[in-house]
Design a protein around this ligand. Structure first.
Ligand code: FAD
Length: 400
């Protein structure tokens, strides 16, 4: 049922493989990890074996070298299983994109082969306690020291994979006198020890407080990061000091466009799963002498959900294909993210309603989806921010 989109034979084979993985390994175990809020280590180990950490990394660095379109299909399948599982790879994917697009040869050689296997994992960090949407307001700073290294000070917030990552692509201010703050920001590749709350030695000054407690999106950690005199060598500026200093803002915005397609795919996945659960439950549950699926009011819900799922998938696929073709896709990525994340929320709520009282019970999968879906309205830019981006870009494209 998930088709709608024409797939190449390779895409078909990969999607079937990931769907089977989700059906056999993710869905049956998600409830346990969600309930315990525990990191799904065995599932992540299997994802490494399947090569899922290197999907978009070029073959020369040990990855699969697949495009964004295929990646989005994979993310949909993983998210259909559990969005926390896609969360484990998503920030990694953004980090590898930043390296592939802006990294120096040395940076690519140093990190990409180990990222492709999942041996090292990446997080990316823009948000701070006082800002999320307003990235230009970042307060964390890096200051050049006499020996050429940069010292980072400040606090970051909501870092997905903040504890278990080895690398954090972190955006900080490096020129406090820039005419616009966006022109004075740099992306550093901050190395740390995965799993350490208090780093020492070379990574001293980068601490990870206990993970934030959340409504849903359990299993994958979201953390603060405290930079307190953390020293980062100049060669860890994304793209190198000469090319990368004060270029972090446009680099991150470019990656966010890709990230929006990624979140859109997650919206499609969760919406698809909500629809599947509703289709099944509505044929099993009987009221007034017949399965509730035979009541027209329920069929209308199913119809609206299926329409939203297909529309969200088509928008996501279009945005991914345009980005792959090197076309300008800011509006399309924004539309896909906006529509698919809202479709995720809508379908989950409709499916929840169809489940009646049981939808409120932890015995039913829809209860978890109900707590997970709202995240997609927030991450990589809220729905309001998407509308702002779409509106602004529309006017740019159609200036009279
Ligand atoms: C579980 C989770 C994981 C996350 N992971 C990461 C991560 O890995 N890395 C990272 O950097 N960040 C991450 N984030 C942070 C996320 O990107 C931000 O929460 C998001 O960008 C919104 O920012 P904010 O929370 O500061 O809300 P605010 O920016 O304070 O916005 C509050 C409200 O005001 C609205 N608003 C803001 N500005 C305007 C405007 N100009 N016009 C109209 N409405 C406006 C917003 O849409 C929202 O409704 C994560 C967040 C969560 C919850």
């Amino acid at each position: 049922m998930a088709a709608v989109i024409d797939k190449t034979d390779e895409q078909q084979a990969i999607c079937e493989m990931v769907r089977q993985f989700a059906d056999e390994q993710i869905i049956p175990n998600a409830e346990h990890y969600d309930h315990e809020d525990a990191f799904p280590e065995p599932i992540v180990e299997q994802m490494k074996e399947l090569g899922l950490f290197g999907v978009t990394i070029p073959e020369e660095y040990g990855g699969m070298g697949l495009d964004l379109t295929t990646y989005a299909m994979i993310v949909e399948e993983l998210s259909r299983g559990w969005i926390s599982i896609s969360g484990v790879v998503n920030t990694h994917f953004i980090g590898s994109y930043l390296l592939m697009k802006f990294g120096t040869d040395e940076q690519k050689q140093k990190y990409l082969p180990r990222m492709a296997t999942g041996e090292i994992r990446a997080a990316f960090s823009l948000s701070e306690p006082e800002l999320g949407s307003d990235v230009a307001a970042i307060k964390t700073t890096a200051k050049k020291q006499d020996d050429g290294a940069w010292e980072i000070n400040g606090q970051k917030m909501w870092v997905t994979n903040g504890l278990r990552s080895d690398l954090v692509f972190v955006l900080v201010r490096t020129d406090l006198n820039a005419d616009k703050p966006q022109r004075g920001m740099t992306c550093f590749i901050a190395e740390k020890v995965a799993g350490e709350h208090e780093n020492s030695g070379d990574y001293k000054g980068l601490n990870v407080p206990p993970q934030l407690r959340k409504m849903g999106y359990k299993g994958v950690e979201s953390t603060e990061l405290v930079f307190d005199g953390y020293r980062c060598p100049a060669e860890n500026i994304l793209g190198g000091e000469e090319a990368g200093l004060n270029k972090g803002f446009p680099q991150m915005m470019d990656a966010l466009e890709l990230g929006r397609v990624n979140v859109a795919a997650r919206g499609v996945g969760i919406a698809q799963r909500a629809l599947e659960l509703a289709l099944r439950y509505s044929q099993e549950r009987r009221t007034f002498g017949k399965p509730i699926a035979q009541h027209q009011a329920i069929q209308f819900k199913l119809a609206d959900m299926a329409t939203q799922v297909d529309a969200a998938r088509l928008l996501t696929n279009r945005a991914a294909r345009m980005k792959d073709a090197g076309e300008r896709s800011d509006i399309e990525a924004g539309m896909a993210k906006l529509f698919a994340s809202e479709a995720g929320r809508f379908c989950v709520e409709e499916s929840f309603r169809i489940h009646g009282g049981y939808g409120y019970s932890k015995e039913y999968e829809i209860e978890r989806l109900y707590r997970d879906a709202p995240l997609l309205l927030i991450g990589e830019g809220t729905s309001e921010i998407q509308r702002m981006v779409i509106g602004r870009k529309l006017l740019e494209r159609h200036k009279i």
